[in-house]
Every structure is written in C-alpha cells, then in structure tokens.
Design a protein around this ligand. Sequence first.
Ligand SMILES: [Zn+2]
Length: 181
Amino acid sequence: MYFENIDLDKLILRCYPDPVLRQPARPLTPDEISKNLIHLSERMIELMVKSAGIGLAAPQIGLPIRLIVVSVTGKIDDAFALINPELSNFQGVSEMEEGCLSVPGVHGKVKRSQVCQAKGLDLDGNELVIEAADLSATVLQHETDHLNATLFIDRLSTLGRFAARKGIKALENDYASQKRI
Ligand SMILES: [Zn+2]
C-alpha cells in the first residue's frame, strides 16, 4: 500500500493543471480499506473544511485512489468519507454554480443530474448507500468526476468556458512558473 507511510501533514491541495488531476484513480482494495484510511480521511476533511470546501477527492491531494470526503454544510460534524463510490439512478437535471478547490478563482454553471444514488463503503468497510438530491447530488457527481480525471471546467458550456478562460489561463501560468523554480 503505497500511501501507508505518507506524511499526512505534507499532503497539500493540488491545483489545475497538476497532472495528478488527470490521472484516473484506482479502486481501494479490501486490504487497504481494513487498514488506516481513517487518518487519511481525517486529513482530507481537515483540508476541505479549512479551505471552505464541501467535497474533496483523493486525487486533489495527489493520491489517485477512489476515496472522497463530503460535507454539504462545510462543517466537520457533517463530513463523511466514501470509498470506491459508484453512482446510479440518475434523474432530472439541475444546473448549479460550481467551483473547485483545485481550480481556485474559477466558477461556472454546470448541468448535472438532480438526483442520484451513491453506493460505496464507509471507513469500516460497510456498504454505504446515499440517496442524494440537489446540492448533495451535485457534490457527489463533482467528486466522483475527480476520480475519473474529469474537472468541472470540462463540463462548462461554451459560453461558461469563455467566461472562465482568464482564470484558467492564470492557473496554467502559475503552475508553469512554479515548475521553473
Ligand atoms: Zn473539485
């Protein structure tokens, strides 16, 4: 398990266009799930809440594994982790203004299913089924997209993408200048 010995304090938010965000995440094995995902999830929740986010996927901290944390209220008490999430039972359409901790400064409207069901495992390895609607459904779809290497900016309309182009370009320039240092 390659993330077993990771120093959790060193895990930081990765921002677009970091290549890890474009790497499809792999499922966690039963052996990995039975071990110490609790500390990793706690660290993810801490980073999410501190950054005023309502969801975070493991690739956003550099780990291409299928683990997400969500708190639609943004509070630690409401946060939960979902391992190997699978979405189904999509219904309806909703369009919400989205942002992403990995794409700071960029926002835009994204059309998603209004309702969905998320199935996965909790930190004890028990099956967790969530019937989600509206904001919860949007967050679960946004975070699951991260596991499939998709960002919300990929889902913007042509007009939305045009409006976001300066912010996206600024992030690309920031990343390129960090790389040079
Ligand atoms: Zn995101």
